[in-house]
Design a protein around this ligand. Sequence first.
Ligand code: GLA
Length: 680
Amino acid sequence: MTGQTDQTGQTDQTSQISQTPDRPTLADATRGRILFGGDYNPEQWPEETWQEDVRLMKEAGVNSVTLGVFSWAKLEPKPGAREFGWLDRLMDLMHANGIGVVLATPTSSPPPWMGRLHPDTLPRDEDGRTEWWGGRQHFSHSSATYRRYAAAITEDLAARYGSHPALRMWHINNEYCTYDWGDEAAVTFRRWLQDKYGTLDALNTAWGTAFWSQGYGDWEEILPPRHAHYMKNPTQVLDFKRYTSDMLLECYVAERDIVRRHSPHLPVTSNFMPMWVGQDAWKWVREEDVVSVDVYPDPRDPFGAQNGALIQDMTRSQARGPWMLMEQAAGPVNWRGVNHPKPHGLNRLWSLQAVARGADAVCYFQWRQSRQGAEKFHSGMVSHAGEHGRTYREIKQLGAELACIGAEVTDSHSTSDIAILHEWNAWWAGAQDGRLSHEVDYPQVVRAWHRALWEAHLTADFAHPEHDLAAYKLVVVPQLYLLTDAAIDNILAYVRAGGTLVCGFLTGVADEDDRVRAGGMDERLRELFGIRTLHEWWPLDADETAECDGFRGTLWSEEIEVEDSVAGVVAEAVYKGGELDGLPAVLRKGRAWYVSTLPEPAALSDLLAGVASGAGVGRVLDGLPAQVEAVRRGDVLFVLNHGREKVTVEVPGAYRDLISGEQVADSVELERYGVAVLSP
Ligand code: GLA
């Protein structure tokens, strides 16, 4: 534990996620401008195209490119060979044209020779099938051979380019996301477990191996949770997820330490996938100088803007300051069933939304749309239509606008009065086989609660349940099936100190070994909410709802008996009809609320808006139309119209619109997808 303890014995978890002190930050790369650019894969193009790329980049205000992400085979065409000439020319070309470089280690896609010569570098899935080369990310995090080659190419890249004047930041690997159930992984899994448990007795106790005759008598008997006849041991699966995240983190740290040695003055990052299940991001961000993420909401999704906002809120909270939008799509992606382009203005709107929520970098996958390979139908900043295409024209406009606002917004940070608690161990443990309802999907539940706040025009931070919550007026817990004792103590201390809490169903059910707590829910939490007995969980079918006072519940309901001898326990809403008739659906004891179902969207939004207002949480602007979002970043007010209709928005006071340069007093008109960036 790296957190510090204050006089109250409370752990200061803030220090647990703050990045290493005295390390360079994103500000060292942005230098007062918003980074604008994207993944640049010039190895796919003849060198004549590079010249045209540079011309178009400069015209569009591109000031940053990410090089090298998938260039391993080009850099090391044979084991140990080095082909740096092309990259030398590119680094120099970028520098000569004033474009900064985020240089990636190429280690997420090993060259074919590696798999052929060293099959031990290839991961196996849970059925024992090899993941062959021919795609990407076919590396085993546990392979000593892979790690040796990865370290060697990283060392040579860092030695060669670590002081290059174009270099602004290091980018390690790309979207770490691989699992491995193979033999070498079995060895590292055992080692990880030995470090965690020390003895087999401790492991057997934690995993509950008395059930189904699973007791282990020798470490060699333990395997990654491979294909099995029936449901697997849930704690074994949970530990495997923790282990996988840690193994990938080890790979990252090994490369990070190499590049840091050669360029101590430059920040290091690795891009997250949005709310990706495989990496415990709270743990990862402690090792990063810059937190970066890839955000790809579906342009057709009516909640695309909210889904983007959720990831942006989460990333801002993980970064505790400005963060980097490493990738987004200028137009369609090509990995959905049907891939829609972005209508005119949407790319600009979602990019400025990211800036409003703390991004100091607006970057894309990728600069120029490929003509070959698996992603040739994925958009680029320069689409197949080229410089006269709408995509590039809009990119050019955005580049100019970001240049107008950069100086006023970069390096500023805003926090919210509301925190949403989210945690990976709870996600992992709650998603196991053998649970009562497969309709309950953790990310969907988190999205539903975030959406409820979004629709109430309330912006929230995300926090780990063991973080210091004192700064928040309202804490909401969509669902934390697993909670450590430390997390429970932290939540109780927050309420005791005057905080307001709204907690969703299936929270506090299991301890950190995924052992169900006595009574089905931790007794301290039951006492907090005034629950005497949690008799049964009553999950709902996909098309089923539970009638409650004034709303319908979805997904879940609970048979709860209230502690009626305790004064102040209020059933704010009860179930109506059916088996649970008259029992509490929404319960409150003082400032602690418990919601035993998932209210339909409007009802959850009303509930949270009411509780927020009671807790003294204000809105950035009052009276906003439904599709309009207002976000304050530092002193700058962003007003974003996510609707297709023109709107007039009241903005009391006088401002200068940083994009149009015009003075604004008391109200602003926004076209479809329009944005005003207002400086007081
Ligand atoms: C991810 C990857 C990119 C690319 C995009 C496509 O974000 O990092 O290399 O595959 O997806 O959307």
